[in-house]
Design a protein around this ligand. Structure first.
Ligand code: PLP
Length: 461
């Protein structure tokens, strides 16, 4: 029988180790060492025949796992679009994990279901979405896109007298689906999962920043879904959603906005112009684990026609309290059982307040501009209009740009990823972490420019 550690000792030890990790995050190399990565093989062992002491399990997790993490939560991680996690949200997450609530039904989880309802209403207000909007707390923007598009599917079919939930897609009338050429691949995946097909979409040409040109929209007729984007993952650019809504909504089309990080611009008075007219759309997908800086995983789908979302997602069973007077969260999500991830959203919004959210968004944007200015001054061209938190830079030809990105990642001062923008290889910097300071930007710029310059010198020798 494994040695017994008290619950208190075990959880306190975990908390201490978590606190150590967070306190040292700003100074850790962002990328793990080769030795630490090799040591991960220590996890590759046969499943134990007998039980192992809890404390030993935790120790192995920390000793092998911690050094091999990429410090995504630190202030100099600029890869993909990755937020950190506000300390209050790590704390709320720990407490809510201890509660271990299954937030599917209100009556059995009144505290967490209420917190999620509050968080939902606060976000609807923060983004200026229509009052009647309903929301679903999901794992991320991928499933937020999926859930939104499931509601869209329900509504556009209902409009032509077809009950897609009951009768499915076999023999159903066709639906026109328009997407920008820079659509995020998760939207395409969502369409595929909904039976619309990943390739049966009409792709619209975009401009040099990745935006749909609303004057070149085809004339829509019959059931139609238009997928737009707030915040291109490379450029940060916004589709002119207001203009698109004006063009297609009078003809009955459903307009969806993938705003995984860009929707948060609506929370900043300095940047809400980027989202002007967005409120006319029908559904909006966003992430909380990106720019709101809550722990993974956390995304939200907002749907104006809550009945359409509910029709697509709800189930009934005698043992479930599905005819409750309360708003059952599981009526709106693909999942029945799930963790109460909305609690962390609530904690972030409560702790920051409206001004704090705006300030966090603005701070990231101004740090992105600082990156762009520093790179330009060093002679490296920035490829996008830096309207938000994304910066793309080229160090010359594709091969050299890739080599320099590899060297920057290995150096460990900061971490930036590679992308290909309209045919050109580039490095992508995404400033999404609440804790990044101008001095983190300067420290990262020093490393990036030093590495890039020395690579250019090496080539000349
Ligand atoms: C990140 C992102 C997604 C996918 O979000 P996940 O949280 O990874 O599921 C979708 N669209 C855009 C624009 C994104 O930036």
């Amino acid at each position: 029988m494994a040695q017994h550690t008290s619950l208190r000792q075990l959880l306190e030890r975990a908390a201490q180790r978590g606190i150590d990790y967070r306190e040292t995050s700003p100074d850790r190399a962002v990328a793990p060492s080769a030795v630490a990565i090799a040591n991960v093989d220590g996890f590759l062992e046969p499943m134990p025949e007998e039980s192992v002491a809890d404390i030993a399990v935790l120790e192995q997790l920390d000793e092998i796992g911690t050094p091999a993490t990429v410090t995504m939560t630190g202030p100099r991680y600029f890869g993909f679009v990755i937020g950190g996690s506000l300390p209050v949200t790590v704390a709320s997450n720990w407490l809510a994990t201890a509660w271990d609530q299954n937030v599917g039904m209100h009556e059995v989880t009144p505290a967490t279901a209420t917190l999620e309802r509050v968080a939902m209403n606060w976000m609807i207000e923060l983004f200026g979405l229509p009052e009647e909007t309903s929301a679903a707390f999901v794992t991320g923007a991928t499933i937020a896109n999926f859930a939104s598009l499931a509601a869209a599917r329900n509504r556009v079919y209902r409009d032509v007298g077809w009950n897609v939930e009951a009768d499915g897609l076999i023999g159903a009338p066709p639906v026109t689906i328009l997407v920008g050429n820079e659509v995020h691949p998760t939207v395409i995946k969502g369409l595929g999962m909904l039976g619309f097909g990943r390739e049966r979409v009409q792709r619209l040409e975009v401009d040099g920043q990745g935006r749909i040109d609303p004057t070149r929209l085809p004339k829509v007729d019959g059931p139609t879904i238009v997928c737009t984007q707030a915040g291109n993952l490379n450029t940060g650019a916004f589709d002119p959603v207001g203009d698109i809504c004006e063009a297609v909504k009078p003809r009955g089309a459903w307009v969806h906005v993938d705003g995984a990080f860009g929707l948060w611009a609506a929370a900043s008075p300095d940047r809400e112009h980027l989202c002007s007219g967005f409120q006319a759309a029908d559904s909006w997908a966003t992430d909380a684990h990106k720019w709101l800086n809550v722990p993974y995983d956390s995304g939200v789908a907002f749907v104006r026609d809550g009945a359409a979302l509910k029709a697509a997602m709800s189930i009934t069973a005698d043992y479930l309290m599905t005819d409750s007077d309360f708003r059952n969260p599981s009526d709106y999500t693909p999942e029945l059982s799930r963790r109460a991830r909305g609690v962390d959203v609530w904690a972030a919004l409560k702790s920051l307040g409206k001004s704090g959210v705006a300030e966090m968004i603005d701070r990231c944007c101004s740090n992105a501009r600082r990156f762009a200015a520093g790179l330009e001054a060093a002679g490296y061209p920035v490829l996008n209009d830096v309207v938000l938190n994304q910066v793309m830079v080229s160090f010359g030809d594709d091969a050299r740009t890739r080599r320099i990105i590899d060297a920057i990642q290995e150096d460990g001062t900061c971490w930036c990823g590679v992308t290909v923008w309209q045919g050109q290889t580039a490095m992508r910097i995404s400033v999404s972490n609440w804790s990044t300071t101008p001095s983190d930007v300067d420290q990262s710029l020093d490393a990036i420019i030093r590495i890039a310059n020395s690579e250019v010198v090496n080539e000349r020798q």
